[in-house]
Design a protein around this ligand. Structure first.
Ligand SMILES: NC(=O)c1ccc[n+]([C@@H]2O[C@H](COP(=O)([O-])OP(=O)(O)OC[C@H]3O[C@@H](n4cnc5c(N)ncnc54)[C@H](O)[C@@H]3O)[C@@H](O)[C@H]2O)c1
Ligand SMILES: O=C(O)CC[C@@H](O)C(=O)O
Length: 524
């Protein structure tokens, strides 16, 4: 049974993928509502109002996924979520068109003074000469950040006969040419634009990107737009430049603090504003809610998600290929963890044969998460696997090799400690399944699943029989048994599988047997 908390106003129809899911309860309440049992929540769905802070996450130990019905995740402490292994997904393109259209509407309104004229007419005035505007045609629009929204805005502005200058450090020449925009430095953009609009995410690099210094480079009479995030344009600096008459006006959909209340910028008649409405259309809200609900459902059904902020994107087709190896890698990590009881400082993973064609970094993370699963008292998954290893001083090495030891593919992992090393090798055989084919120096062949016993013993007559007898005497049924040795009379291993977990008294009885070197119970 999963519990999903929807803590912002999210389109109800869009939640259908979750509403249709069996064994799932949806609670639609604010996260600070005292009736909400935060500790029981598995998934949290938000827009921009809920601030998903580390403190909130600390109260949600069961939380596995946060879905943001929108683009910007600046209201979510993503590093804190990542550290806790919580997947963060968003709906990156569901509101692109709506936000681009809103930005365009704001630009046209700003230049033609439509909001001011509207208020005047409503006040029974008819001041035609007061509201003389400026055409968009022939003007240079400077776009800072040419991602999804910036690009859609550029298309619309071009249709209105505007010249587009773009500053985006990640913009390639090919994409600029394809969109018919001119790529420029921020300085060039500031100096040449008649209207400047920002469409970057709010990050430590973009906070205050437009500040007093940048404003001093702009043309007198320039206009500014911010329909991305409050804070990308320094609000007080902008207010100074509007106050001095250098900046002719601004259109703002977003503020550093929302709602802005009595804000210095709102005192200017030449500033128009909307209450963060960029994505507020029926279409966008349905799109983002559906997109994020689908993602959360996929995740809860153990399927790959495509729009995660802190997990690599894996398509359904790719995951279908990856899934058997993903499971194998997790099991190998868990086997290693239960066989190696001492501290380790390195996990070295080698992919061979056709396994090298797979998304190996993802498999490495799965293997590490399997390794930590029963070893530490924290939730470790692909999201925080590397971070967890780093925090515990474990170096991760990933290699590829052509030598697949006679198999078509294999994954080999070695855990290295102070003066010991333990190696596990696994393969996936089509139409047969996953097999562990090498364990701590011994060739072997067993299915990594269920309740296993790994016994290291001396290769002497009667050992296997004695193990069988003890288990029989204790009414423990052996499901399968595989043996392996390096040389006659030397050390050997046996791996047994059982229908039920092995009890402590069975382990104790087996460990007292002659010629037994060590016994490990492995639960997968
Ligand atoms: N007002 C609203 O309701 C609303 C709606 C949707 C999105 N947004 C905001 O708009 C932002 C952009 O959305 P998007 O879907 O276009 O995102 P996007 O990721 O497609 O585009 C962001 C662009 O910014 C560029 N960029 C990043 N750092 C930069 C920097 N330092 N200088 C210049 N460019 C930089 C990136 O290269 C990218 O091309 C979102 O992050 C969100 O905060 C607001
Ligand atoms: O939830 C909203 O309406 C705002 C969404 C918007 O700011 C976004 O980043 O997608």
């Amino acid at each position: 049974m999963y519990t999903v908390l929807v803590s912002d106003a999210i389109n109800a129809e869009g939640l259908k993928p979750l509403l249709d899911m069996p064994n799932l309860e949806i609670i639609q309440k604010k996260s600070d509502d005292p009736s909400v049992r935060l500790e029981s929540i598995d998934a949290l769905l938000v827009r921009s109002a809920t601030k998903v802070t580390e403190q909130l996450l600390d109260q949600m130990p069961n939380l596995k996924i946060i879905g943001r019905a929108g683009v910007g995740v600046d209201n979510i402490d993503v590093p804190a979520a990542t550290k806790k292994g919580i997947v963060v997904v968003n709906a990156p393109d569901g509101n692109t068109i709506s936000t681009a259209e809103h930005t365009f509407a704001m630009m046209a309104s700003l230049m033609r003074r439509i909001p001011q004229a509207y208020v005047s007419v409503k006040n029974t005035e008819w001041k035609r000469s007061t509201f003389v505007g400026t055409e968009l045609h022939g003007k240079t629009l400077g776009i800072v950040g040419l991602g999804r929204i910036g690009a859609e805005l550029a298309k619309r502005a071009k249709a209105f006969g505007m010249t587009i200058t773009v500053f985006d450090p990640f913009l390639t020449k090919e994409r600029a040419a394809k969109l018919g925009v001119e790529s420029a430095s921020l300085e060039q953009l500031l100096q040449s634009s008649d209207i400047i609009t920002v469409h970057t995410p709010l990050t430590p690099e973009t906070k205050g990107l437009i500040n007093s210094k940048s404003l001093s480079l702009t043309k007198k009479g320039v206009y500014f737009l911010n329909c991305a995030r409050g804070g990308i344009i320094d609000e007080l600096a902008l207010a100074d430049y509007i106050g001095s008459g250098h900046v002719a006006g601004a259109a703002l959909d977003v503020f550093e603090l929302e709602p802005p209340g009595e804000h210095p910028l709102l005192k200017f008649d030449q500033v128009i504003a909307t209450p963060h409405l960029g994505a507020s259309t029926k279409e966008a809200q349905l799109n983002v809610a559906t997109q994020v609900a689908k993602e959360v459902r996929l995740f809860l059904e153990d399927m790959p998600v495509s729009n995660s902020i802190n997990l690599p994107a894996i398509s359904k087709d790719l995951y279908a290929k990856l899934q058997p190896f993903h499971q194998l890698a997790k099991q190998m990590g868990a086997i290693l963890s239960q066989c190696v009881k001492t501290g380790i400082h390195e996990l070295s993973i080698t992919y061979s044969g056709s396994a090298t064609d797979l998304e190996t970094p993802y498999l490495t993370k799965a293997l590490i998460s399997g390794f930590f699963k029963n070893r530490i008292d924290a939730y470790v998954n692909e999201v925080n696997a590397l971070l967890t290893a780093k925090e515990r001083g474990i170096t991760i090495g990933e290699k590829i090799s052509v030598d697949a030891f006679g198999y078509s593919n294999c994954i080999t992992v070695t855990a290295k400690g102070e003066d010991s090393a333990f190696t596990v090798r696994g393969t996936y055989i089509d139409h047969y399944g996953p097999r562990i084919v090498f364990l701590n120096g011994f060739n072997i062949d067993f299915l990594p699943d269920g309740n296993l016993l790994y016994i290291q013993h001396m290769d002497r007559p009667g050992v296997i029989g004695r193990v069988g007898k003890i288990l029989g005497d204790l009414s423990v049924n052996i499901a399968t048994m595989q043996v392996g040795r390096k040389e006659a009379g030397g050390e050997a291993i046996m791996v047994l599988s059982f229908d039920n977990p092995i009890e402590e008294q069975t382990l104790s009885a087996l460990s007292k047997l002659e010629d037994i070197v060590s016994i490990n119970s492995i639960l997968l």
